[in-house]
Design a protein around this ligand. Structure first.
Ligand code: ADP
Length: 395
């Protein structure tokens, strides 16, 4: 009897547990299918890989944006995907691969963003993140967004600004010319007050000319209208020419400054657009000159680092506080230091410089303690002119 009762109890227990489990399973299935439906309904393309790089989810928007059928990609390795797209998404795929190969190579909050231009002319932004639970790597999720129209609007805006600034240059030239003539006394003797007023007009016309020229330059670069004419450049020669211009600046502003050059005699040729690299150097040296008090020191050194040349421009001026450093490459950003406020400027110089260096496949960065007198070091890299180097070696 006792055994029969025990068995009956056990039977009930097992049945209850089975029912509980099946409810749980059903709920989980409903939850999974709900999550899948949400992912399917999202307007952004979603691609999920497991921890081995195998694609496990490719939603409807991803199919539409990447013009690929889900059957072609699900279950395939991400490597296979790279074959379908050629080299356009190389950095994105390399990041996924590096995460898969070395699970310790990322931080849980790591993300990766890139723009991918497709053959059909569309531009997608890709945001990639690792999927981590309890420190365990489960795979990656990539979200694609079609930003073709945003890019187009941005290009139209830059084109508009370029046209307006170009149109502004003609009247500005004539205002500047006539003010200069008046100041020369060609139109008759001027009273002290007239002279003072005209000098204010002259000064502000010059400021406006700099602003319009910088705006024109930046918007042309952003609208993709600036094409670099690449060639081999002897940086030492170019720096010598630039220094002549900087010398003229010190004379014009009547401010003395000690300039030092440290250029190795065997500095290899670099690959770039000479006019644009001159512009980069003048801008950075001009800033070092302007934001360093009289009798300060500015040094320029260049050296080869791997397949690049690194140029460092160091001054002992007012420096840049760390909180300003991330903003100085933004358009129109100007620092709050008294020397910056006292100097005429547009806040466009460094954003132009950064864009030009980027177009040369180089990098730019700044180091500064932010303490007055300790100054700043602006460093940038430019690629070597490799074929010229090879040609020299062959000879
Ligand atoms: P601008 O010189 O016209 O202000 P830039 O874009 O060239 O514009 O520079 C942005 C800001 O970066 C400057 O306003 C200044 O605050 C800071 N800056 C740039 N170079 C230096 C430097 N060598 N020393 C100190 N501050 C600098």
């Amino acid at each position: 009897m006792a055994v029969a009762i025990k068995n009956a109890e056990l039977y009930h227990l097992t049945r209850d547990q089975k029912e509980e489990l099946s409810t749980l399973l059903r709920d989980q299935r409903v939850e999974t299918s709900r999550s899948r439906s949400i992912l399917e309904a999202i307007a952004d393309g979603v691609l999920v890989t497991d921890q081995h790089g195998e694609i496990t989810l490719f939603n409807h928007s991803a199919e539409r944006m990447l013009e690929l059928k889900r059957a072609e990609v699900i279950g395939r390795s991400i490597e296979h995907f790279s074959g379908l797209f050629g080299g356009i998404a190389l950095a994105w795929m390399n990041t996924i691969n590096s995460w898969i190969q070395d699970h310790g190579s990322f931080h849980p909050m790591n993300t990766f963003s890139e723009q991918v231009s497709l053959d059909n002319g569309n531009v997608l932004s890709v945001n990639l993140a690792p999927v981590i639970n309890n420190n365990e790597f489960f795979g990656t999720v990539s979200v694609f967004r079609d930003i073709t129209h945003l890019i187009e609007v941005d290009r139209l805006k830059s084109e508009f600004v370029a046209t307006v600034s170009h149109e502004l240059r003609t009247p500005m030239t004539s205002i500047k010319g006539y003010v200069d003539i008046l100041l020369m006394g060609v139109a008759g003797e001027l009273s002290d007050q007239q002279l003072r007023f005209l000098r204010v007009v002259q000064e502000n016309t010059e400021r406006l000319t700099i602003l319009v020229n910088d705006l024109l330059d930046l918007s042309r670069i952003e609208a993709g209208q600036v094409i670099l004419s690449m060639g081999s450049i002897d940086l030492s020669d170019l720096i010598e020419e630039v220094m002549e211009e900087i010398d003229r600046l010190t004379v014009a502003e009547n401010k003395s400054m000690q300039f030092e050059l440290d250029l190795p005699p065997d500095l290899p040729l670099i690959k770039g657009d000479a006019e644009r690299i001159r512009q980069i150097l003048i801008n950075l040296l001009g800033n070092a000159f302007h934001y360093t008090p009289s009798n300060g020191n500015v040094s320029l050194s260049a050296r080869q680092t791997g397949e690049e040349i690194q140029v460092d421009i160091k001054d002992n001026g007012v420096g840049i506080p760390p909180k300003e450093q991330e903003r100085i490459f933004d358009r129109f950003y100007r620092g709050e230091n008294h020397m910056v406020i006292a100097t005429a400027g547009t806040g466009l110089g460094l954003s132009i410089v950064a864009k030009l260096i980027n177009m040369h496949n180089g990098r730019i960065w700044v180091q500064s303690s932010g303490i007055e007198g300790e100054g700043s070091i602006f460093s940038f890299t430019l690629p070597l002119f490799t074929t010229a180097r090879k040609a020299i070696k062959v000879r």
